[in-house]
Design a protein. Structure first.
Length: 84
């Protein structure tokens, strides 16, 4: 199974770049029909993770994926699952 990974550690404090990268990776997954994206906001205070989840819950984004899953073993990871 193919998987894309987006590590947000380097751009954690650049809001517009975060949204741009999230859009980019979702479009890439849709275009290449990749079933899973692993997003790594890191553990930190949890604010970046909340930002990512809010982004993913936007109606225009939500229609592109099947479901999201928070890693139960690692608080600093989010999985986005697609069905093609």
């Amino acid at each position: 199974m193919a998987k894309l990974t987006l590590d947000l550690h380097e751009i954690y404090n650049k809001g517009t770049l975060i949204n741009k990268e999230l859009n980019r990776i979702i479009e890439e997954a849709v275009e290449k029909k990749i079933n899973l994206i692993e997003i790594i906001p890191g553990k930190g205070s949890g604010q970046l993770k909340k930002t990512v989840i809010r982004f993913l819950q936007q109606p225009n984004i939500k229609t592109k994926y099947h479901r999201i899953e928070k890693d139960s073993k690692n608080f600093g990871k989010i999985f986005v699952h697609f069905k093609f």
